[in-house]
Design a protein around this ligand. Structure first.
Ligand code: GDP
Ligand code: IMO
Ligand code: MG
Length: 424
């Protein structure tokens, strides 16, 4: 008969708390599989008083007995990967036991990073605000059919392939007056590749097919979030991969009819790091309060995150695009103690009210905000306060999907599983 795969993904602009929820859910799964993105991601896990940030390696890596798979849709920087492996080793986790890499995953070269930086500098004030990890150029080489894959590292001509792609990049970098800038990084990269080559690689599509046939429970872990999706995000201020549920099919080689639950992760408010439109952004004391209390500074770059009220039309859009069957609401504790909150229930565009996410939110768009009561005194072992319950019910009635997990703090333990008050 076999089993089906669940998918967990971000329903906003990334950094929703995916890493925490994967870690909480991992004991219910045999395999955790990352399906897209690369080291632009920073997934934070906190337990037993320690914080861990993962970039490439799936967030099930701390759970014994869980296999962690880096899928074909992921792009891997061997240097960052090696740093992650070493950081895990330092806390007693040997990834050689439970980590598998897809042979079809593409590699980020030092010149990809240089091209990312050159392209952003060229854009000037209209820059994307990229994490500068080489993500865009690497996916460009993938779709341009020039890329280098993990499986290529097994081939005798791997160095020729590396040289030929690097030379091509050097010619492009010459156009930006940046040729020859990556010589030192190259040595570090080649040394890291040797470690990567010693890792266990698989054909992830066959591996997952067999795992599901054997009745294994598989959870696909997304990176970034729906509004950063290359097709459905706030283009061009997006990342270069499909962050949505469909990305789990292409990024792992699992057919759509094998997907069961789709868990969408969202914050009780909104954040965005990098440039691009953000209708509910706050530029006032409330925004600063949320940033400070929520420690809204990037896990990968340390940049301050832009903060704003929860945007329900955008969340509803994420539910639609992904087929989200249940939601996890994060960081309710951050809003605790505020008398009143606001929540966006629609937009006014050219004088017209709409609840629909438009083609372009860079234009003149006014969020229509509803004021709701706040809450106080949150404890994971107590019932949720009335104000928070009513906030949850408002969201559920708007997006028509149950909120089955509420997170009240960064630690694994600060999590409340909630009986759905509505059917999905
Ligand atoms: P991810 O990229 O989606 O995995 O999210 P990040 O790890 O980049 O950002 C989420 C941040 O919020 C991290 O610093 C987490 O430790 C923290 N966090 C997660 N859940 C909660 C929560 O419920 N409350 C608070 N205060 N912090 C949380
Ligand atoms: P996780 O998985 C938040 C943003 C960048 C920039 C845009 C493009 O931790 O949620 P890129 O480096 O991909 O070319 O950057 O996307 N971005 C993220 N924002 N969380 C992330 O990942 C992000 N990964 C990329 O800030 O605006
Ligand atoms: Mg993050």
């Amino acid at each position: 008969m076999g089993s089906r795969m669940d998918v967990l993904l971000g329903a906003q602009w990334g950094d929703e708390g995916k890493g925490k929820v994967v870690d909480v859910m991992a004991p219910d799964y045999d395999v955790i599989a990352r399906f897209q993105g690369g080291p632009n991601a920073g997934h934070t896990l906190i337990f037993e008083g320690k914080k861990h940030v993962l970039h490439t390696i799936p967030s099930g890596v701390f759970r014994e007995g869980t296999v962690n798979l880096v899928g074909n849709g992921v792009v891997i920087d061997p240097v960052i990967f090696l740093k992650e492996v070493n950081a895990l080793k330092a806390v007693g986790v040997d990834v050689r036991d439970n980590l598998l890499l897809s042979r079809r995953a593409h590699l980020i070269l030092p010149t990809h990073r240089a091209l990312d930086a050159a392209s952003e500098a060229e854009k000037g004030s209209s820059k994307i605000g990229s994490t500068l990890k080489g993500i865009g150029p690497t996916y460009m080489d993938k779709t341009g059919r020039n890329g280098m894959r993990v499986g290529d590292l097994e081939l005798p001509d791997r160095m020729d392939r590396f040289r030929s792609l690097t030379e091509k990049h050097e010619r492009l970098l010459g156009m930006y007056d940046r040729a020859g800038a990556t010589k030192e990084a190259e040595e570090e990269w080649l040394a890291a590749v040797d470690v990567l080559r010693s890792m266990r690689t698989v054909d992830s599509e066959h591996y997952l097919d067999q795992a599901l046939r054997d009745g294994k429970r598989v959870l696909a872990e997304g990176a970034q979030g729906t509004l950063l999706d290359i097709d459905f995000g706030t283009y061009p201020f997006v990342t270069s991969s499909n962050t949505i549920c469909a990305g789990a099919c292409t990024g792992l080689g699992v057919a759509p009819n094998r997907i069961a639950k789709v868990v969408g992760i969202f914050k009780a408010y909104c954040t965005r790091v990098g440039s691009g439109p953000f209708p509910t952004e706050l530029h006032d004391a409330d925004g600063e309060h949320i940033r400070q209390v929520g420690r809204e500074f990037g896990s990968t770059t340390g940049r301050p995150r832009r903060c704003g009220w929860l945007d329900l039309p955008a969340l509803h859009y994420a539910v639609m695009i992904n087929g989200i069957t249940e939601l996890a609401m994060m960081k309710a504790d951050v809003l605790s103690g505020m008398d009143h909150l606001q929540v966006c229930i629609g937009y006014t565009i050219n004088g017209e009210f709409t609840e629909r996410m438009p083609y372009d939110i860079t234009g003149p768009i006014e969020p229509v905000l509803k004021t709701v009561e706040g809450w106080n005194e949150l404890r994971a072992d107590d019932p949720l306060p009335g104000g928070l319950e009513r906030y949850i019910e408002l969201i559920e009635s708007y997006v028509k999907v149950p909120i089955t997990l509420v997170s009240l703090g960064p630690d694994r333990a600060e999590t409340v599983l909630r009986q759905a008050t509505m059917a999905n």
